[in-house]
Design a protein around this ligand. Structure first.
Ligand code: HEC
Length: 152
């Protein structure tokens, strides 16, 4: 009985370790997939290295707006966004289409994980579950902040 409990405990520990790893360091396959999806779905506007076009398409590289609330980016990708936002001191009043509406939750997660781990951004990982939640309208995911902050 004692042995079995120990085994169970060891199992739980390794599960916790795996989960922690997944949260901290995305694997190479995720980043590679995110990279190619980014090129197909985002780089036309945000440019190949996320540099954007000042005043027209906001930068994703070193974006303070993105770093402040990565979950909010899930909303942008799934639902698009129109209205004023400020990124690194530059005001944008453009319109982003809902590019993620036709992508899977895993694809959206991989793209944003790639973006968060590229071009001097702070890192981190977006899980497909978090995308699913936003897609189904659940979870606040920072939507209050993004909608409340925009002025139309
Ligand atoms: C057709 C052009 C276009 C495409 C394609 C596009 N975006 Fe955007 N994106 C914009 C515009 C314009 C804004 C600013 C919207 C506003 O002013 O409300 C924006 C804003 C953002 C923001 C928040 C601001 C920032 O710079 O941090 C993020 C994050 C973002 N886009 C990510 C993406 C990702 C990821 C993709 C691909 C899945 C993508 N976008 C595809 C035009 C585009």
């Amino acid at each position: 009985m004692k042995l079995r409990l120990n085994l169970l405990f060891a199992g739980m520990l390794s599960l916790a370790a795996t989960t922690a790893m997944a949260a901290g360091a995305p694997d190479a396959a995720t980043l590679a997939k995110g990279h190619s999806l980014f090129e197909n779905n985002c780089s036309a506007c945000h440019q190949a290295h996320g540099e954007g076009m000042p005043g027209v398409f906001p930068n994703l590289a070193k974006s303070d707006f993105l770093a402040a609330d990565p979950q909010r980016a899930v909303h942008f990708v799934l639902h698009g966004h129109s209205g004023q936002i400020t990124v690194n001191g530059v005001t944008y009043d453009g319109s982003m289409p809902d590019v993620g509406a036709s992508l899977s939750n895993a694809d959206v997660a991989d793209i944003l994980t790639y973006v968060l781990n590229s071009w001097g951004n702070p890192g981190g990982q977006i899980q497909p579950d978090a995308v699913a939640q936003v897609r189904s309208g659940g979870g606040n995911g920072g939507s209050g902040a993004s909608e409340g902050g925009s002025q139309k």
